[in-house]
Write a protein that binds this ligand. Structure first.
Ligand SMILES: [Zn+2]
Length: 241
């Protein structure tokens, strides 16, 4: 009896919460309907997709190729200044919306799986956060995205290979050369894990980050991987244009 009443109380409190603080779409701000989570169906349908997974010669590839030699690269959607879609990135990166990161990653993974270039990869590697920043934030958004990609592509997620060597300043607000200098030499790899991965796979890795701006973070994390003999492709949630 008591359980019944507390459940009724819980349900009416949830109802009250939804009445006063309705769950809203992170992008357009409209109340979410049953079954929708974080982003409404309309906003998902209108996501400004890049279609970069359809061709290897694309804007993401070219931006990265100015810094290192990627095999292939693709982002899921465009991230324009002033666009409401940037709120997806904030929610995934700072807002603790980890399932949204995973779901967006899964969506990207499904696109990448349509192109053989990306299917050559043997594992999905998220760009790591420094342990201190990861501890403060509680999670690494690139890892959530990478887990979604790995799930959609049927590839293993590899988190033990790449590490942050030192604490870099946050990249937000840094431009061009300052940004590149900030992350230069910031990553190292686990030599034992390199040997294991080289022995068991194609030697190609899919490196994952949330946003592609200048490409300096992806280039810095790719550097020790290519030095160890891996070929590197890149997958990014959003491409700044
Ligand atoms: Zn919406």
């Amino acid at each position: 009896m008591c359980g019944f009443f507390s459940r009724q109380l819980f349900l009416s409190l949830t109802g009250l919460r939804d009445l006063f603080f309705p769950r809203r779409c992170r992008v357009c701000g409209h109340p979410l309907e049953t079954g929708e989570e974080d982003v409404c169906r309309e906003c998902f349908d209108d996501l400004p997709l890049t279609y970069q997974w359809e061709t290897v010669q694309n804007a993401a590839f070219e931006r990265l190729a100015a810094r290192f030699e990627p095999q292939a690269a693709a982002a899921l959607f465009f991230f324009r200044a002033g666009s409401d879609y940037r709120k997806i990135i904030y929610a995934v990166k700072y807002g603790g919306r980890r399932r949204l990161g995973y779901r967006m990653g899964f969506m990207l993974g499904e696109k990448l799986a349509t192109n053989r270039e990306f299917l050559r990869c043997q594992a999905v590697v998220p760009v790591p956060l420094h342990p201190l920043r990861r501890w403060k934030r509680g999670y690494n958004q690139a890892e959530d995205i990478a887990r979604g990609i790995a799930g959609a592509m049927g590839l293993p997620l590899e988190t033990g290979l790449l590490r942050r060597r030192r604490h870099t300043r946050t990249q937000t607000g840094l431009k061009g050369l300052a940004k590149a200098k900030n992350v230069e030499g910031a990553f190292r790899i686990d030599a034992e894990r390199v040997a294991e991965l080289r022995a068991e796979g194609t030697g190609e890795l899919l490196l994952v980050d949330d946003v592609l701006t200048t490409g300096s973070t992806l280039a810095a994390s790719a550097a020790p991987l290519t030095a160890a003999g891996f070929r590197v492709s890149c997958a990014i949630l959003a491409f700044t244009s």
